[in-house]
Design a protein around this ligand. Structure first.
Ligand code: HEM
Length: 204
């Protein structure tokens, strides 16, 4: 398969892998729960990837071909996260709505989801023109804050037990690496702008 095709199909590949993983490792849970969990893990990977690509491409030329896909992966990631939460909310076997808001992981997930949904809605040329590129770009960087909420969500899930499972460690590692990469990118740019002046620092 060509790289371009693989990039376009990445969300489906991730979702299929997650479905396979849950049906083989947790065969007794309901179908709704399997699907909700599969959307959740695929969303974490897609959103992290979408947020990491810019910083990665500035330091590693091999990541440059992936740059055109970051918006697509981000939007599909938000759609997957919405489906995950929607299925979880609508299936009483997963949890009851009355319990929902008292659970810490749901509160954190809800904050992340609201930020991501807002960024998805404003991720277009119309919003960019209305706000001006500088403020629009700053707004889009709230994605890192939303991802930090996802990281906290993972930390408290199952009273801290999820993050100690191999899948929890993998997802937590992906989120931490993305946030670390973003912080390093900001630091690197600040250092460069101190040397050359802010007008000479370009950010893709
Ligand atoms: C209103 C928002 C949200 C609600 C109501 C919600 C609800 C839930 C629930 C009930 C679980 C436990 C599922 C189970 O044990 O079957 C869960 C797990 C999870 N959630 Fe969310 N969530 C929300 C937002 C998010 C967001 C924004 C993300 C990431 C993008 C996310 C990622 C995950 C992950 C990775 C799991 C662990 C899956 C597993 O147990 O294997 N959630 N969520």
């Amino acid at each position: 398969m060509q790289d371009r095709t693989k990039a376009r199909f990445l969300p489906l590949i991730l979702l299929a892998a997650a479905l396979l993983f849950y049906t083989t490792t947790l065969p007794t849970i309901s179908l709704a729960r399997t699907i909700s969990k599969s959307f959740a893990v695929s969303a974490v990977v897609l959103l992290s990837l979408s947020l990491a690509i810019g910083a990665l491409a500035r330091s590693w030329h091999k990541a440059v071909p992936a740059v055109p896909y970051r918006k697509f992966w981000g939007l599909v990631g938000v759609a997957f996260a919405l489906l995950h939460a929607g299925i979880a909310f609508s299936d009483p076997l997963i949890f009851s709505v009355s319990l929902a808001l008292s659970r810490q992981n749901v509160q954190l997930g809800l904050v992340a989801l609201i930020i991501f949904a807002f960024l998805a809605v404003t991720s277009n040329r119309w919003a960019e023109k209305r706000l001006g590129f500088k403020y629009w770009k700053r707004l889009q960087q709230l994605g890192y804050l939303a991802l930090a909420f996802v990281g906290l969500d993972l930390l408290v899930l199952g009273s801290g037990t999820f993050v100690r499972t191999p899948l929890g460690l993998l997802l937590g590692g992906i989120v931490a690496a993305t946030l670390g990469l973003a912080a390093w990118d900001v630091w690197k740019n600040k250092k460069r702008s101190r040397k050359t002046g802010p007008e000479n620092v370009s950010r893709k």
